[in-house]
Design a protein around this ligand. Sequence first.
Ligand code: MG
Length: 225
Amino acid sequence: MSETDLQAVLWDMDGTLLESEQMWEIAVRELSLHLGGPMSDETREKTIGATSPHALAVVFDSLGLDKTPEALRDARNWMYARVGELFAEGLEWRPGAREALQLVRDRGLRSALVTNTERELGDVALDTMGRKYFDVSVCGDEIPAGKPDPAPYLRAAELLGVDPARCLAVEDSPTGAASAEAAGCTVLVVPSFVEVPRGPRRILRDSLVGLSGNDLHSLHALVTV
Ligand SMILES: [Mg+2]
């Protein structure tokens, strides 16, 4: 085994494995209405892949609201309750996601869920997807800074005992791709809602459908040679 061989795959959740970015879309737009007015597409785009505190700050700023701790806490709870309702109505896989998770397991690679979503909803999603697909999980409320900071991916690699340079991260947003790249991972970008800029450690693919074990290794090798 060479020093650059792939050892683990680190998965973003919303918009990458699950069609849950739509649920955040519904909840964050409803939250904006609840707090004072409709959300522009530009504001919405700034919340994609963001941490909850950052998304709330964007919403409050867009409406000119005071970001008091009480108001932010109430808004956070309102948003999480709404997304929780939507998760309960039925979570769906992104195309090819379940097969890609199984592929990683079949290949004997390690696997982690790395999400800006907080543990409260991360656990609901893990139960729905199946915990067997993941060795560890890192949620947005468990690290000092969320994506685009590298901290979530660094923590996942640390928990797995793997060098980030030997990890392939799978992401759908510019925020998530920046986080994984800053951590030193190779990033497989499968865009969902917004376009993701190209980068030296990024490989773009239209979907996870048809991904093979050879693809995983060759994608990683492409940017590590
Ligand atoms: Mg995402």
